[in-house]
Design a protein around this ligand. Structure first.
Ligand SMILES: Cc1cc2nc3c(=O)[nH]c(=O)nc-3n(C[C@H](O)[C@H](O)[C@H](O)COP(=O)(O)OP(=O)(O)OC[C@H]3O[C@@H](n4cnc5c(N)ncnc54)[C@H](O)[C@@H]3O)c2cc1C
Ligand code: FES
Length: 233
């Protein structure tokens, strides 16, 4: 995983946890690529990514000073209120969590972050919070099992990671807030390329009404579980 820093003062000063930016650049793919905002400080934001295709490979090949068109902050973020927040992430699902920690602390919440990966080598090293719990599928570090199984209960549960992990979150905490994976086109509510199937029937646009949803609102059986955001989880 790599962290890419961008000078984006307006976004840095207004972004909320769970919101994303849509990146485009000269010579890049026709459609912009969406990334959660990982950190925001001063005039800068950061995104965390790894190369899964042509677009992400080009981003990782950029030089200091290269220019990227950065649309955002987009989408609806997490609502953080209560005494305690439990953060559950898998693989690249770490992406929105540092801002969740920031916003939860600003609201005076106690933060427990549970991060899971397949092996110790794939755990990110930058997790933070009052209590930190690692979980690995092979037991090579921390809890032997999934992040969902390792997590305690909390007033607010937020989760990000592979859709199959979020489906497990929905079973345990129907009122959890989850940031879902979809394909995206415009990122601004126009193209309908980011449809999320709902349990009550019909679809929402992840870029406008999401990407953060109450877990119980999503029809998990109809949402693809194989997207690249999940790679490494
Ligand atoms: C709201 C949101 C936030 C995201 N935040 C992050 C993040 O913080 N870090 C990160 O690394 N990735 C994030 N993603 C996923 C990221 O947008 C895709 O990995 C990226 O668009 C792939 O572009 P590419 O050109 O490299 O790959 P492509 O060549 O387009 O595709 C390569 C592979 O990625 C899959 N893929 C393409 N687009 C998406 C997509 N939008 N979501 C999931 N899988 C996709 C394809 O099925 C294919 O298997 C996020 C996606 C969304 C919708
Ligand atoms: S990405 Fe175009 S409507 Fe959501």
């Amino acid at each position: 995983m790599f962290v890419l820093g961008l000078e984006a003062p307006e976004i840095a000063s207004s972004v909320r946890a769970g919101q994303f930016v849509n990146l485009g650049w000269a010579g890049g793919p026709l459609l912009r690529r969406p990334f959660s905002v990982y950190r925001a400080d001063g005039d800068h934001i950061e995104v965390v990514l790894k190369a899964v295709g042509a677009g992400t490979a080009q981003l990782l090949g950029m030089e200091l000073g290269d220019r990227v068109s950065c649309l955002g902050p987009l989408g609806r973020g997490f609502e953080l209120a209560g005494r305690s927040a439990v953060l559950v992430s898998g693989g690249l699902g770490v992406a929105p969590m540092p801002l969740v920690v920031r916003d939860a602390r600003t609201s005076g919440m106690e933060v427990t972050w549970v991060h899971g990966a397949r092996t110790a080598a794939e755990l990110c090293a930058e997790a933070e919070g009052d209590t930190l719990i690692w979980a690995t599928d092979d037991g090579s570090q921390g809890f032997h099992g999934t992040a969902v199984a390792a997590a305690p209960d909390g007033d607010v549960v937020v989760a990000c990671g592979p859709n199959r992990m979020l489906a497990a979150v929905a079973e345990r905490w129907p009122h959890a807030q989850v940031a879902v994976e979809t394909y995206m086109g415009c990122g601004t509510g126009v193209c309908l390329g980011c449809a999320v199937p709902l349990r009550r029937g019909g679809y929402d646009r992840a870029c406008k009404e999401g990407p953060v949803y109450h877990a119980a609102d999503i029809d998990w059986s109809a949402l693809p579980s194989h997207l690249a955001y999940a790679v490494g989880a």
